[in-house]
Design a protein around this ligand. Structure first.
Ligand SMILES: Cc1ncc(COP(=O)(O)O)c(C=O)c1O
Length: 307
């Protein structure tokens, strides 16, 4: 049976991904032998942080911004990565070279609190030092993503307040987002559009969310969503190019009536949203001239950053 489901991280099938080498604490292992302990804090509790990055022209796009987010999050949860930025860059380079990768690569860099002495929560039981894993895949976002767009459903699961689990942690534990995604699937959509605790439109379970209304670009205030690197770049591009952009509270009434809607994330850059709660967005599958213009500038920015 063919799986016809769409996700925001659909990639073109690449047979080279069957024989990848994965970095596990300094060692490169074939993907079927790359493992971590069942006592690992990441496996046991979701106690770890990760970054998704893209390699173009042998360089990691927006590396500094990704490292700022990773180091800030790890600092906030007293997780010592055990290496500095250069150490991480060296590990990434080692993995990319071992896999013969220079372009169209997506990487998931994961750092956990390491192996625990006993299977309980207390962080002091994690004594091994961090576990660092790097998975790199040959990765081109599937064409269907931009052609078909993504169907979102709003869900009961909301983004939390920062004093519960701050949405700015790119933590291994994504249960809040996973629950939202399940709810969206059960409602017949591809992924979830999540509201903030006050009912304003916030973000999706895996990407940041933008709408375009009468030539203006709107996104949430940023208070309850991931501080996405792509989100920040889109806002930067709009400001630079004179496209009116607003980080503001808005409701579903305004989202349903948008001319265009799109998601942002490192994996897919900008992905149109064709439907929200079964309502078609705009007249062209959610896509339109404003997103296309932003996407063109984003591609140029990536090129400039990785030249
Ligand atoms: C919940 C969530 N929102 C948005 C993003 C997109 O962030 P970025 O643009 O930095 O890839 C991510 C990616 O990690 C995410 O997990």
């Amino acid at each position: 049976m063919t799986d016809t489901r769409t996700t925001t991280h659909d990639a073109e099938d690449d047979p080279r991904n069957r024989d990848l080498l994965i970095y596990v604490n300094g060692t490169l292992l074939p993907r079927d032998q790359a493992m971590v302990s069942v006592y690992d804090s990441g496996f046991m509790l979701g106690d770890g942080m990760w970054e998704g990055m893209r390699l173009y022209n042998g360089k990691w796009a927006f590396f500094d911004e990704h490292m700022d987010r990773l180091f800030d999050s790890c600092r906030a949860v007293s997780l010592d990565i055990g290496m500095d930025r250069q150490g991480i860059l060296d590990a990434l380079t080692l993995t990319a070279e071992a896999n013969g990768m220079t372009d169209d690569v997506h990487c998931r860099l994961m750092v956990t609190r390491g192996v625990k002495l006993r299977p309980f929560q207390h962080p002091s039981l994690s004594r091994s030092g961090p576990t660092v894993v790097i998975i790199m895949e040959h990765s081109k976002p599937a064409n269907t993503l931009t052609k078909k767009g993504i169907r979102l459903a709003t869900v009961p699961q909301v983004r939390g307040l920062p004093m519960s689990q701050d949405a700015k942690y790119n933590s291994h534990s994504k249960l809040n987002c996973v629950i939202a995604c399940l709810q969206a699937e059960q409602a017949g959509a591809d992924e979830a559009l999540m509201l903030d605790p006050f009912g304003f439109v916030n973000t999706t379970n895996a990407c940041n969310f933008f709408i375009v209304r009468r030539g203006e670009v709107w996104t949430s205030t940023g208070d309850y969503c991931m501080n996405g690197v792509t989100r920040a770049k889109v806002i930067e591009i709009c400001r630079r190019e004179g496209i009116p952009v607003f980080e503001k509270n808005y409701s579903l009434v305004e989202a349903y009536a948008a001319d265009e809607a799109f998601l942002t994330g490192t994996f897919g850059a900008q992905t149109p949203v064709s439907h929200i709660d079964g309502k078609a967005i705009g007249t062209n599958g959610g896509r339109g001239p404003v997103m296309d213009r932003i996407a063109r500038h984003y591609r140029a920015l990536v090129q400039e950053n990785t030249a």
